[in-house]
Every structure is written in structure tokens, then in C-alpha cells.
Ligand binder design. Structure first.
Ligand code: RB5
Length: 145
């Protein structure tokens, strides 16, 4: 499966670990960052979210220190549902109920083993549809007339 992945400096190490761990089953396109040097998370979140919003890719993974900056930035884009996950239970629910298309993880608050569990769960769990689709349809807001 093709997956976009990106991080800021706080998520760089975990990004590299995830790529290595899942390289056999996933075709990663890495949008950076490519070192521990300090960068601004919105630059990476927007780059990745744009490619999912325009349907070039179906799924992405974003990692920063808390995950919040990446999630906030990615969720500004149309049709993006970026879900912050810190356990595999949340990862299952964000797919089943929210049909998340971007997995966001907080590198500074979860060990790599937990991140691996979250990643596997996210990509092996299907959306349940039904009442959850109705709720997803209510997420977007329109401004003006
Ligand atoms: C970087 O220090 C940190 O602010 C960033 O990785 C992230 O946690 C922001 O939400």
C-alpha cells in the first residue's frame, strides 16, 4: 500500500523507525523532514494533506512532538480527517468511526512499540459506515451564503 509520511524534527526519529519497520508491506513516500534540525510542523502537514485532499494519495502519517500541531494543520484541508492516536484502541476507533485518512502520532509521548501497534491497527481496520457516515457528512462547515 502507498502511504505518505512526514514529520517535524520532534517526529523525525520515529518516522525513520516506522519506515524501517514496515518497509516490506508499505510503499512510503517521505515528504520530510530529513534531519533533527528544527523545522515548522505546518510546512509538512500542509504538503502531505494537499496530496490527500487532491486524491493523489489515500492515506498519510504525520508525526510531531504532541501530534496536535500536525492534526490542527492537516484538518484545515478539505476532506481531511486527521486523527491523533496514542493507543491502538484509539487507532481502531478513528478508522471505524471517523474514517480517518491521516494517522497522527505524538512522538514525544509514546514509545516506538506503541507507535508500531497504532500503525498496524490503523492500516488494518476498516470504516464501519452507517451512522458514522452521517456524522462525517456533518463535519464540514460552509462559510457565508
Ligand atoms: C516542536 O517543538 C513541537 O512544538 C512540535 O513537534 C509539536 O509538538 C507541535 O504541535
Amino acid at each position: 500500500m502507498k502511504v505518505l509520511i512526514a514529520s517535524d524534527h520532534a517526529g523525525f526519529e520515529l518516522k525513520e523507525q516506522l519506515k524501517q519497520r514496515f518497509q516490506a508491506d508499505f510503499d512510503f513516500e517521505d515528504l520530510g523532514t530529513f534531519s533533527n534540525e528544527s523545522v515548522d510542523y505546518p510546512d509538512f502537514a500542509h504538503k502531505l494533506a494537499e496530496k490527500i485532499s487532491d486524491k493523489s494519495y489515500q492515506y498519510g502519517v504525520l508525526i510531531c512532538g504532541t501530534g496536535n500541531g500536525m492534526a490542527m494543520s492537516a484538518n484545515k484541508h478539505a476532506d481531511i480527517r486527521a486523527g491523533l492516536c496514542w493507543s491502538k484502541e484509539i487507532a481502531a476507533l478513528v478508522r471505524q468511526h471517523n474514517n480517518a485518512n491521516i494517522l497522527v502520532m505524538p512522538a514525544r509521548f509514546i514509545p516506538a512499540e506503541t507507535a508500531y501497534d497504532i500503525f498496524e491497527t490503523f492500516f488494518h481496520t476498516d470504516f464501519e459506515g452507517g451512522r458514522h457516515q452521517r456524522r462525517i457528512d456533518k463535519i464540514n462547515i460552509s462559510h457565508g451564503e
